[in-house]
Write a protein that binds this ligand. Structure first.
Ligand code: COS
Length: 384
């Protein structure tokens, strides 16, 4: 749902200009130094980009999901790490509190997340629990008016920058599955909470992940998201429904950028006495990219509108994430191919995108998990 087209157009134009003028020229430096320049992060804060998905009454822009998706189309037309630094605040690092938090939790944390003063992070994955998220073993044992938390979380996006974690831990040791999981807000400076070294990744340099280790970390019972034990897995899944749609939007944005670069190269590069873009085999690759991006863009907007109309979109979000992430991989592959030998060289940047986008088919649920969610929803709807 678009509430005010004029205001939204101004916002999207401003973000587009920021991406082209500030982020694109800093892509190589962010990758080489493994850090997004501080002045760019500060500018993102000033622009409100850390809180566009957080409700207005808690200091954010309160965008609808359709508006949010449109913002992500724009914001992602550069190295995905630039979106990633604010991505957790607008997504998995704040949405647990937005969707299921108590009023007190919302008031305490959301304004600081919206301003970017605080970075939020989502701690679900563990060394022994990835796709099978409900099997997590980090445990939270009640001790009076607080809990003692022990366990290790793995590959946690923005953990090195985070001020708070949405942590999924098992409060019912007798349960093995989803029902014994509770979501907590854990502050970074809690005694006993330490971080592992920053992970060395295939791509997305400038964005950081690490282990988060809990050793008898004392967390007040008041920090249970929603105030009730046993609801944490459902909170995590609701967060992921929305997050997956936004990853689909990010895939569309990055794909647009890779296609722009490939098209420009196809029009500049000459072989056999003409522009390579005049060859039909190159045109076929360009056309396949344009068609698939159009499809992913359309389905992502359609799912966002459905959400804004109050409908559940678990199935649609998985369809979009699955299709858009796989599509993005194909676009990256064709973009490298169109660049030929130059596509393999670091100086052209397209090989960096090729490595960066590989993550989309894996994180926030692999393509195989999306297939499983889609099929399960179909079977359930059919009464099976
Ligand atoms: N919204 C609300 N509730 C949901 C839900 C959703 N989208 N999906 C599942 N639930 C509920 C179910 O209804 C069920 O509750 P009841 O027992 O009361 O019916 C409970 O959660 C458990 O669901 P389910 O039985 O489907 O859980 P499974 O263990 O079979 O696993 C998958 C579900 C595989 C889909 C889940 O573990 C998953 O998404 N894994 C991937 C994790 C992931 O994306 N990790 C990325 C890292 S985090 S960035």
């Amino acid at each position: 749902m678009i509430r005010d087209q004029e205001t939204l157009t101004i916002l999207l134009d401003t973000i587009g200009r920021f991406v082209r003028e500030r982020c694109v020229p800093a892509e190589a430096v962010a990758a080489d130094t493994d850090r997004i320049p501080d002045d760019i992060v500060a500018e993102m804060r000033r622009m409100g980009l850390f809180g566009f998905a957080i409700p207005q009454e808690y200091g954010g822009m309160g965008l609808t999901l359709e508006e949010e998706v449109l913002v992500n189309f724009e914001l992602s037309q550069c190295s995905p790490v630039f979106r990633s630094i604010s991505g957790t605040n607008n997504g998995i690092g704040s949405m647990g509190i937005v969707i299921d938090g108590t009023e007190e939790q919302k008031r305490k944390y959301l304004p600081r997340l919206a301003s970017g003063e605080l970075i939020g992070s989502f701690a679900l994955t563990e060394p022994g629990s990835g796709s099978d998220a409900a099997s997590l073993t980090t445990n939270a044992r009640r001790d009076g008016d607080h809990y003692l938390i022990n366990g290790t979380k793995r590959f946690i996006t923005n953990a090195p920058e985070a001020g708070i974690f949405t942590l999924m831990a098992r409060t019912d040791p007798a349960s093995k599955g989803a029902s014994g999981v509770t979501a907590f807000i854990v502050e970074r400076d809690s005694p006993g909470l330490t971080l592992g070294p920053i992970d060395k990744k295939m791509g997305q340099r400038g964005g950081h992940t690490s282990d988060v280790i809990f050793q008898d970390v004392k967390v007040p019972a008041a920090n249970i998201i929603g105030g009730k034990e046993g609801m944490g897995f459902k909170t995590a899944m609701k967060v992921l429904d929305k997050a997956r749609l936004n990853i689909a939007a990010v895939c569309v944005g990055v794909s647009e950028r890779m296609l722009q670069d490939a098209l420009r190269y196809a029009l500049d590069r000459r072989q056999f006495g003409q522009r390579i873009g005049d060859f039909q085999l190159v045109q076929a690759m360009l056309a396949d990219c344009r068609t698939e991006i159009f499809a992913a863009r359309s389905m992502t907007l359609e799912a966002a509108r459905k959400h804004d109309a109050g409908e559940r979109i678990g199935l649609e979000a998985s369809c979009c994430k699955y299709f858009a992430a796989e599509m993005c991989g194909r676009v990256a592959d064709r973009a490298v191919q169109i660049h030929g030998g130059a596509g393999y060289m670091a100086e052209y940047g397209i090989e960096r995108f090729y490595r960066d986008v590989r993550l989309f088919r894996i994180y926030e649920g692999t393509s195989q998990i999306q297939q499983l969610v889609i099929a399960r929803n179909m079977i359930k709807a059919a009464g099976g």
